[in-house]
Ligand binder design. Structure first.
Ligand SMILES: *Cc1c(COP(=O)(O)O)cnc(C)c1O
Length: 427
């Protein structure tokens, strides 16, 4: 493919970086085939749910105002519920992001005097203010919801003894974050999450188990709701939006939990009955349809990145060979310069804003400065090729997304190129 190499050369990728990438790919054929199998399974699951619920052009009509009797919106929620095998679902453009969806799920199901338990260590940065681990007006803490945390053991597994000790009369809800987020612990498989839920419910059967499913959707053939989670929660500008949803979040779960979420999101008494779709239904349906293959492409990108960087001496989480439970790849670059070079490469490979230069910046909800590279059609979308990370040791960038595998590949090659250009790597 001489023409392709020439094209890449004109885009700034050297023949050496390209050749190193091709060599890396030779060993990944089998793993990519496994990913395609899971995508095929999940694609069938989504199509079956759309067929069962008789999705038709009528579902794509825009509604405005109160949005009473919004057929498209109500039907989309049935499709989500069927794919996640839950009784109910709340899927709304009025849910502004993943943090909002999680906030709705928590504050709808926790009352003053209740206790929230995280048995998987510190939750994702933005959740810390929601819970009140870091002081914030309107935190759950301010409303009288207490919080307990049990850290993971050294090896990244659950500390069952201390989880048992932490569960008490007040414990109402357990929050389990599937993906590592900005930590360097492993992400959990759905099976592991199922074991944790079974353990917790054996101690106290009426505990509500919520899974922060961000970045995990469609990576496996089953979801946490298949192994006992009462609620699974995520963002539509990540996996399940398939890159097409311009906004939104979802909560799938039991009828009683989801109903409370709807009352919290809109108003007691109104619940799921209101919320106009504002013309977003085509994007939300089509995005969900695309999501299984988009996630597969992103996962291939993550695996490619680990296999490219690990032999060069950079620690990768997950490592080059281990199994995957989300689309995030952490690469520990060891320095701020490394993070900047990596992010510059991701940015330079983007279809949008490729001319911009990412720099470390203060971000609302985050404690340290954060660098973000994203040239996305949907602003801030991290199912699109993006890299980000807080500027703190071990200087890890969290790399994720790619609407197509080919774009993910280009972005990763470009990141390596920028590392080479900055003298941080020699091939
Ligand atoms: C992204 C993410 C969130 C928050 O989602 P936003 O859409 O950024 O608000 C929460 N938890 C995890 C694990 C995430 O990856």
């Amino acid at each position: 493919m001489k023409e392709l190499l020439e094209l890449y050369n004109t885009m700034g990728i050297s023949s050496g970086v390209y050749a190193y990438g091709e060599k890396t790919l030779e060993n990944l054929k089998e793993r990519f085939a496994e990913i395609d199998k899971i995508a095929e399974h999940n694609q069938a699951k989504v199509i079956a749910a759309m067929q069962k619920n008789r999705v038709s052009a009528a579902c794509f009509a825009a509604t405005t105002g109160y949005g009473y009797d919004d057929v498209g919106r109500d039907n989309l929620e049935k499709v989500y519920a069927d794919v996640f095998h839950t009784e109910a679902a709340l899927v709304r453009p009025q849910i502004t992001c993943g943090t909002h969806a999680l906030t709705v799920a928590l504050s709808a199901n926790l009352l003053p005097g209740d206790e929230l338990l995280s048995p998987v260590g510190l939750p994702y940065d933005t959740l810390q203010e929601v819970i009140g681990i870091r002081e914030s007006p309107c935190s759950l803490k301010e409303y009288g919801v207490s919080y307990r945390q049990v850290d993971l053991l050294e090896d990244g597994t659950f500390d069952y003894d201390n989880i048992k000790k932490a569960i008490n009369d007040k414990t109402k809800l357990v929050t389990i974050q599937r993906s590592k987020g900005y930590a360097t612990r492993p992400s959990f498989s759905v099976k592991q999450i199922g074991e944790l839920i079974a353990y917790v419910k054996a101690i106290k059967p009426d505990i509500i188990c919520m899974v922060d499913n961000c970045y995990g959707e469609f990576v496996e053939a089953i979801e946490p709701s298949d192994v006992g989670a009462d609620m699974v929660v995520g963002s539509l500008i990540k996996n399940p939006g398939g890159g097409l949803a311009p906004i939104g979040g979802y909560i799938c779960g039991t009828q009683s939990c989801v109903e409370r979420c709807a009352y919290r999101l809109s108003a007691p008494g109104l619940g799921q009955e209101v919320g106009a779709n504002l013309g977003l239904m085509p994007a939300l349906y089509q995005g969900f349809f695309m999501a299984p293959t988009v996630v597969a492409g992103a996962e291939k990108g993550a695996i490619f990145a680990a296999n490219l960087y690990e032999p060069l001496g950079f620690k990768c989480v997950p490592n080059a060979t281990e199994s995957r439970h989300d689309i995030i790849q952490a690469v520990e670059l060891g320095s701020e310069e490394g993070m900047i070079a990596f992010c510059k490469g991701i940015q330079a490979a983007a279809p949008v804003d490729s001319f911009a230069t990412p720099l470390p910046w203060d971000m609302p909800g985050y404690n340290d400065k954060v660098i973000m590279a994203a040239g996305a059609f949907v602003q801030g979308s991290s199912i699109e090729l993006s890299a980000d990370g807080p500027i703190r040791p071990p200087y890890a960038v969290y790399f994720q997304g790619g609407l197509t595998w080919c774009h993910a590949k280009l972005g990763i090659l470009m990141s390596l190129q920028k590392m080479v250009d900055a003298g941080l790597v020699t091939l």
